[in-house]
Design a protein around this ligand. Structure first.
Ligand SMILES: NC(=O)c1ccc[n+]([C@@H]2O[C@H](COP(=O)([O-])OP(=O)(O)OC[C@H]3O[C@@H](n4cnc5c(N)ncnc54)[C@H](OP(=O)(O)O)[C@@H]3O)[C@@H](O)[C@H]2O)c1
Length: 311
């Protein structure tokens, strides 16, 4: 089977994985980044019977995965040696470039690189080039869903990569997600992800501002929720985020304020470079920055609520 990637990869590539019990394909997966999302994805890969090696910059976040059966690696290179698939789930494109630069030499030629970190459009191109240089099969594969769906293996994976490698990578997506949306070219998945996140961020800020306004005007927030109940303006996401804020349950975060600010800036940049003014996204990024300045950077992004107030 021929693959569209570097010459060396084509020469050396073999179908990855082994048939495990029940005839299921099991893979060796190197997971780089075991934060909120990466740790949950690694656990689900283990549950699906794959061999998983994990690495994280702060070792304390990777170490607990040993109890789930993961091999905890001291370096990114140790995590990816012999890997059929490398999964990157780091903070941003800069972190991915840096970590893969130190790991890539150890990845077997022809291995698949599933890049799930939310990165900029420019970063996707650079990472795809980095993969090509190393003879790796690149999947631009950001995910939709937060901590709880990640823990439950219910993410939606947006996957753009070579069609003839879909079958080989499917066991990974099936382990971490409930649904895979296949797209063709690297970059297409990140475009869709940025569009989806612009909607999520807008809802988050709208809910937070509505709550802060209600409180400032002496309106019981429950009255507002009753007003919209069951109608076209009602929204499960709004209710969840308001519940977290009102119940003082913003820690631990599902999606932290500082990560959300990073995403907002990526979206604003994508809009600017494509001639679109995204005023709400820009204002939202500033709300996240203020919330971080106020000491809420590690809390759930619903903590944009605090940015409504001067202190
Ligand atoms: N949380 C969500 O709901 C969600 C949903 C979909 C997509 N995402 C995206 O998924 C990615 C991970 O998000 P997360 O929520 O899991 O974030 P997180 O918990 O903050 O994890 C970020 C990870 O990146 C690592 N990292 C940061 N900078 C690094 C650097 N310079 N070098 C090496 N490692 C570095 C962190 O290591 P340390 O532990 O050492 O800091 C940590 O492992 C982000 O791109 C985010 O936008 C998140």
């Amino acid at each position: 089977m021929r693959r569209s990637r570097g010459r060396h990869a084509e020469e050396s590539w073999q179908r990855p994985g082994r048939r495990g019990r029940m005839g299921r394909m099991t893979l060796t997966v190197g997971v780089l980044g075991t934060g909120i999302m990466g740790a949950a994805m690694a656990r689900n890969l283990l549950k699906a019977g794959h061999t998983v090696r994990v690495w994280n910059r702060s070792q304390d976040k990777a170490a607990p995965l040993a109890a789930d059966g993961a091999e905890v690696a001291a370096t990114p290179a140790d995590a990816v040696k012999d890997a059929d698939v490398v999964l990157t789930m780091l903070y941003d494109g800069g972190a991915v470039r840096e970590v893969m630069a130190s790991a890539a030499g150890a990845v077997p030629n022809g291995a698949i690189w599933v890049q799930s970190t939310t990165v900029s459009l420019e970063d996707v191109d650079r990472l795809a080039e980095q993969a090509e240089e190393r003879g790796l099969v690149f999947f631009d594969a950001p995910v939709l869903g937060t901590r709880q769906p990640a823990e439950a293996g219910q993410l939606t994976v947006l996957a753009a990569g070579p069609a003839d490698s879909r079958e080989a990578v499917t066991p990974v997506f099936e382990a971490v997600g409930a649904r895979t949306v296949w797209l063709d070219q690297p970059g297409e998945a990140t475009r869709l992800k940025l569009v989806a996140n612009s909607w999520v961020l807008a809802l988050t800020h709208a809910g937070a501002e509505t709550l802060s306004l209600a409180e400032a005007l002496g309106v019981d927030p429950d009255k507002f929720l009753q007003l919209i109940e069951g109608g076209p303006l009602d929204n499960g996401y709004l209710r969840t985020k308001l519940g977290l804020t009102r119940g003082d349950k913003l820690s631990p975060a599902s999606f932290a304020v500082n990560t959300a600010e990073k995403d907002a800036r990526l979206i604003a940049e994508a809009g600017r470079s494509h001639g679109v003014r995204l005023d709400l996204v820009e204002a939202g990024a500033e709300r996240f920055r203020r919330a971080t300045e106020q000491g809420h950077g590690d809390k759930d992004m619903a903590a944009t609520y605090y940015a409504s107030f001067d202190k």
